[in-house]
Design a protein around this ligand. Structure first.
Ligand SMILES: C[S@@+](CC[C@H](N)C(=O)[O-])C[C@H]1O[C@@H](n2cnc3c(N)ncnc32)[C@H](O)[C@@H]1O
Length: 340
């Protein structure tokens, strides 16, 4: 990296202005207004409900950083960066950053990293008065989060269905299955497969709507329940992007619940990205985020094996997928299998 670039990047990192400018652009939906033809002041300011003079100065800041383009003086366009700020972009980045939505709650916790380093406790519950998922459930932000998670699940569900040898006429129990994107894809791919989705009420409601629209009938069961409580029976339990939300003790509690209800031929699938095998930029950020919001963490294969072993489960294989997600398959540990 040349020195000028490094100095620029360092200046950006210490200023803290760029994140706020980007969040403002996202919240004001600037990319959408520009693409809709409101590409010059004062029309852009009027659409965004922003002060024209300050908006012009914000645009100058963002154009200079290639977030927006200015092909002619005072006329704005999108770049490959601001395309990702369009409301309909698959990343749903705009919604994640929107300061009138969940973005503000997440950012408030993020700015408390220093406090967390002192206390060792996740700031989100203290800031918002209750743990992450309880806070979402009590707040209008709950359903949009489920929608955002659902949009993310669309990006990997098809690959996950193709990559793993699912039991064609078995019963899959998706724990923390969100809005049902994965079980829907599974039931479409395997017409005799049954699925139970267990999640909190907001997610279950959306999953039920999805299943009804797909006409899955009684092959689909929705359970508004907690995976910390006794689980329904099934052939395969899936925990997709779930365990990284939880600290080690809670992750073991969830896995132990699976082990309690498991038979000898039951599989428990932990589907996660692995800390040491995925894009380090994304994973180190996700690892800190999991702690700040939920007290969770990203883990290596060895760390998942260790947790499962405490819960009475043994690792029997890993399946790669075209995404960074890995399917870690666990079954009752040999000691339990032999009745020891
Ligand atoms: C990170 S999301 C993963 C959703 C989905 N599996 C996916 O990969 O897109 C975690 C899910 O766990 C659910 N969840 C949180 N606490 C739960 C609990 N105690 N019992 C059941 N589900 C819970 C959340 O509602 C959310 O849908």
């Amino acid at each position: 990296m040349n020195d000028d670039l490094a100095a620029h990047q360092f200046a950006e990192a210490v200023s803290g202005l760029a994140p706020v400018a980007l969040r403002s652009a996202a919240t004001l939906r600037l990319a959408d207004h520009i693409i809709a033809g409101h590409d010059r002041l004062p029309a852009l300011a009027e659409q965004a409900g922003a002060d024209p003079d300050l908006l012009e100065r914000l645009m100058r800041f963002l154009v200079c950083r290639q977030v927006f383009d200015e092909p002619r003086p005072g006329v704005y366009g999108l770049t490959s960066l601001s395309v990702a700020l369009l409301d309909g972009h698959p990343s749903r980045l705009r919604s994640w950053l929107d300061q009138s939505g969940i973005g503000a709650h997440l950012d408030a916790a993020t700015t408390n990293l220093l406090q967390a380093l002192h206390t060792g406790r996740p700031p989100y519950p203290e800031l918002h008065g209750r743990p992450f998922y309880e806070h979402l459930a009590s707040h209008a932000a709950g359903t949009p989060f489920d929608g955002l998670r659902g949009a993310h699940a669309e990006s990997f569900a098809a690959e996950l269905v193709k990559s793993y040898p699912w039991p064609a006429d078995g019963h899959v129990v998706d724990l923390g299955g969100g809005t049902g994107v994965l079980v829907d894809a599974l039931m479409r791919a395997y017409p005799r497969l049954r699925a139970t989705l267990l999640d909190l009420p907001d997610a279950v409601r959306l999953a039920t709507e999805r299943s009804t629209a797909a006409d899955h009938g009684d092959r689909f069961t929705a359970m508004a329940a907690s995976f910390f409580e006794p689980l329904p029976s099934g052939d395969v339990y899936t925990l997709v992007n779930v365990l990284h939300n939880w600290n080690d003790d809670d992750a073991v509690r969830i896995l132990r619940n699976c082990a309690r209800v498991a038979a000898q031929d039951t599989f428990v699938l932990v589907v996660e990205r692995l800390l040491d095998e995925s894009d380090p930029y994304a994973m180190t950020a996700m690892d800190l985020g999991m702690f700040l919001f939920l007290g969770g963490r990203e883990r290596t294969l060895g760390q998942y094996q260790q947790l499962a072993s405490v819960a009475g489960l043994a690792h029997v294989g890993t399946t790669e997928t075209p995404t960074e997600l890995r399917v870690l398959t666990f079954a009752l540990a040999r000691a339990r299998l032999s009745g020891a």
